[in-house]
Ligand binder design. Structure first.
Ligand SMILES: *Cc1c(COP(=O)(O)O)cnc(C)c1O
Length: 363
């Protein structure tokens, strides 16, 4: 029997890194710390309350959650303009990205991004029949702004997606570069939205501003965030976006009704109420990240500047061999990025010790 699979999807494998039960899982940039007991209890209480109402559909517009997210962003990024109507959310920022493509992408339309970058971007474009074009980043993985602006003028994309801090390189993009993209995008006939994917924003180094701080000035700018990394809530599936109201309204058109379950809303709100205690874990991870960068450099490795909870390092003649060697020592990292590089997520101090000693044995 033949299935009528779309020709462009035939023979494709689903995206995803291995989920292996090893001692140090450092391959998908998860937060290595389980939620602390106070957060676990808060989630259990919130979900228990929500359970009593599960015969009803959840709040379709999740206004309570949007209020909490707006308050969090105001505190975290030092902006006070954010109202619930400036917030969108979905089951992970991956779904927020899909909503953006459903609203703005489509046949005959183009999305522009900057390689190397997150490997899901071409998949959202593929799934929505949108053309996907990339401009290479500079050798140090920063943005080549002139090339970016030239590409916007040439391709007239409907969306420009820039991950900052970027995955898999860890590179944060300068705010002035984001401004330049937003301005060039405003010249595109028919309009163009600049999406800054800030999945790793909370891990940025001191003095690196968030693009959320300039959203008020650019009606075509959207900043995407997630609770998967800093909030230790990858299993909770909650991503969100900050933008002007008309942009948010465009996303409301394409969402499925009741896409955020009452359990998801309750879980996210409980975790948001404890963002201060979760920030302590983030600070530990940032310190561990900086130590890891210093240590790798001291061993003679090349290391990309990182504002995220992972580090891209190299260069290896045979990176697959190094990856397998580490795995033999119970340390799972990721083969990603340009040829010769490997990416390690920042784990606990103990996991990073395992990583260091395994790496020294393998190379
Ligand atoms: C991890 C990650 C996300 C988060 O995805 P969720 O769906 O929110 O878990 C988004 N963008 C990038 C670049 C990432 O690395």
């Amino acid at each position: 029997m033949t299935l009528p699979i779309r020709p462009d999807l035939q023979g494709l494998e689903p995206y995803g890194a291995p989920q292996l039960d090893v001692a140090a899982r450092l391959n998908v940039n998860e937060n290595p710390y389980a939620p602390p007991n106070v957060v676990v209890d808060a989630i259990a209480n919130h979900v228990r309350r929500a359970a009593r109402t599960l015969n009803r559909y959840p709040d379709r517009d999740f206004l309570g959650l949007r209020q909490d997210l707006a308050r969090y962003i105001a505190a975290e990024s030092h902006v006070d303009f954010v109202e619930p109507r400036n917030i969108w959310a979905a089951n992970g920022s991956n779904e927020v990205m899909l909503h953006l493509h459903q609203a703005f992408g489509g046949p005959g339309r183009t999305v522009l991004s900057f390689s190397p970058t997150y490997s899901m971007y071409p998949e959202y474009a593929r799934d929505t029949l949108t053309e996907f074009v990339t401009v290479p980043r500079r050798e140090d993985f920063t943005l080549d702004v002139d090339a970016a602006v030239a590409a916007i003028r040439e391709h007239h994309p409907v969306m420009v997606i820039v991950a900052s801090p970027n995955n898999p390189t860890g590179t944060a993009i300068a705010i002035d570069d984001i401004r330049a993209l937003a301005l060039a995008a405003q010249e595109v006939p028919g309009g163009c939205v600049v999406v800054v994917d800030e999945a790793y924003a909370e891990f940025r180094r001191w003095g690196t501003p968030s693009a959320a701080s300039i959203v008020p000035q650019y009606p075509n700018l959207a900043v995407s965030r997630t609770m998967s990394k800093a909030f230790a809530l990858a299993g909770g599936r909650l991503g969100y976006l900050i933008a002007h109201e008309p942009l948010v309204d465009a996303l409301r058109v394409v969402r499925l009704p009741y896409h955020l379950s009452a359990v998801t809303q309750a879980t996210a709100r409980a975790a948001l109420a404890h963002h201060k205690s979760l920030q302590a874990q983030v600070d530990e991870i940032r310190a561990e990240r900086d130590d890891t960068v210093d240590w790798l450099r001291a061993q003679g490795f090349t290391v990309a500047e990182s504002d995220a909870n992972f580090v891209l390092f190299g260069m290896f003649e045979d990176r697959e061999r190094v990856f397998r060697g580490l795995l033999d020592h119970g340390v799972l990292i990721r083969v990603t990025g340009p040829e010769g590089w490997l990416r390690v997520s920042i784990g606990t101090a103990h996991e990073m010790m395992m990583f260091r000693s395994a790496l020294l044995e393998v190379v």
